[in-house]
Design a protein around this ligand. Structure first.
Ligand SMILES: [Zn+2]
Length: 373
């Protein structure tokens, strides 16, 4: 068993080569011109929000403010066989044909540049490397810092910036290569992980728990009633949230739904689709760094209770560079044994001290005047 609080972050520069060109036409002819006209009349430049700066910012922050004890390792590309556990061979053929090209794959802004297919293979393979590290006992937990993200990618379709479903590839690899039957995937990205849900919809050995902003927020799936089907009925758990939901609601969902679900399912590994877009800076929800820290602590407890601590984070979304990089660092600090204040308690001790300081001036004076009257 690995040392408690030993953590490895996996970072591989090859994932930076995914650089979709925002100038390349992304919709068929007329439609593309219309969208661009509309955007330029609004004075909004079209930008591809899922860019390499997301990862370099995380890396810079971790260099500037190192997390004590955190080790770094490089990733590796996933093999065709590893990707083929969750994607069809016809889909893989079509994606591999795009190697070296610029192309738009989906109206919802999923595109590739010449380096994208290689980058996507490394993203999925790096999630696998993180799973291998925890099963080999080299660390208790690991974080695969990867892009393009994965949780919207379906068995036969690229969607929402995602080409290969990294977390699903990692789960399937754990089952194929190690003594691991049951995998729990916790997806706290602001967007529903439609691809991961699809892949494991009828699979009783993978429990998928997803807390996300409710439809019609992208991608619009993940209703409360969607619980899986067939043998997998009951191992899909969706918790849709209203706009602006924050720490208290998230932690209530973790305590009252996720914890009992995990205690019932008894996973051999916990994987996390960790998006940092629930942070308020991404304007959809209202989770704070303390909230991410508390959720990480709960997952660490569950992993220690059921799976010898094996807990692997895989990066998904998060587009504001400050909350993305600070959010990742917060998670790593908790995994490495650091502590954070309970959400909503920052400043309470100071207010208590200040109240005591001012008590004589007002509270005691009021009590005194009450006595006189
Ligand atoms: Zn997201």
């Amino acid at each position: 068993m690995a040392d408690p609080n030993s953590v490895i972050a996996f970072y591989d520069e090859r994932v930076l080569a995914h650089q979709p060109d925002s100038e390349a036409p992304f919709l068929p002819g007329r439609m593309d011109r219309r969208v661009r006209q509309l955007l330029s009349s609004l004075n909004v430049p079209w930008k591809y929000p899922e860019h390499a700066g997301r990862l370099t910012t995380i890396r810079h922050l971790l260099e500037l403010e190192p997390v004590p004890g955190l080790q770094f390792e490089c990733g590796k590309p996933a093999t065709r066989e590893q990707l083929g556990r969750v994607h069809t061979s016809s889909y893989l053929e079509r994606i591999f044909e795009l190697r070296g090209k610029n192309a738009w794959l989906d109206m919802d802004t999923t595109a590739v540049s010449p380096g994208s297919v290689d980058a996507a293979e490394v993203a999925a393979g790096t999630a696998i490397a993180a799973v291998e590290a925890v099963f080999q006992g080299r660390c208790e937990s690991a974080f695969a810092l990867v892009r393009p993200p994965g949780h919207h990618a379906e068995p036969v379709r690229a969607r929402g910036f995602c080409l290969f479903n990294n977390v699903a590839v990692a789960a399937a690899h754990a089952q194929a290569a190690f003594d691991c039957q049951r995998v729990m995937i916790v997806d706290w990205d602001a967007h529903h992980g439609n691809g991961t849900q699809d892949i494991f919809w009828a699979d009783p050995d993978v429990m998928f728990f997803d807390i996300h902003r409710a439809s019609p927020f992208y991608p619009g799936s993940g209703q409360l009633e969607d619980i899986g089907e067939g043998m997998g009925e009951g191992t899909t758990v969706n918790v849709p949230m209203p706009a602006g939901a924050g720490d208290r609601a998230y932690l209530k969902a973790f305590h009252e739904i996720l914890e009992p679900a995990a205690d019932w399912f008894k996973p051999d590994l916990i994987l996390v689709s960790a998006g940092f877009d629930p942070h308020s800076f991404d304007l959809a929800l209202n989770v704070t760094y303390e909230g991410f820290a508390a959720m990480t602590g709960i997952l660490q407890d569950l992993a220690r209770r059921h799976c010898q601590g094996r807990l692997v984070f895989v990066l998904e979304g998060g587009y504001h560079l400050l909350s993305l990089s600070r959010g990742v660092k917060t998670v790593l600090e908790v995994l490495a044994g650091g502590t954070f204040p309970e959400p909503g308690t920052a400043g309470l001790a100071e207010v208590e001290a200040a109240a005591e300081f001012h008590r004589l001036a007002f509270v005691a004076a009021n009590e005194g005047s009450d006595l006189e009257s």
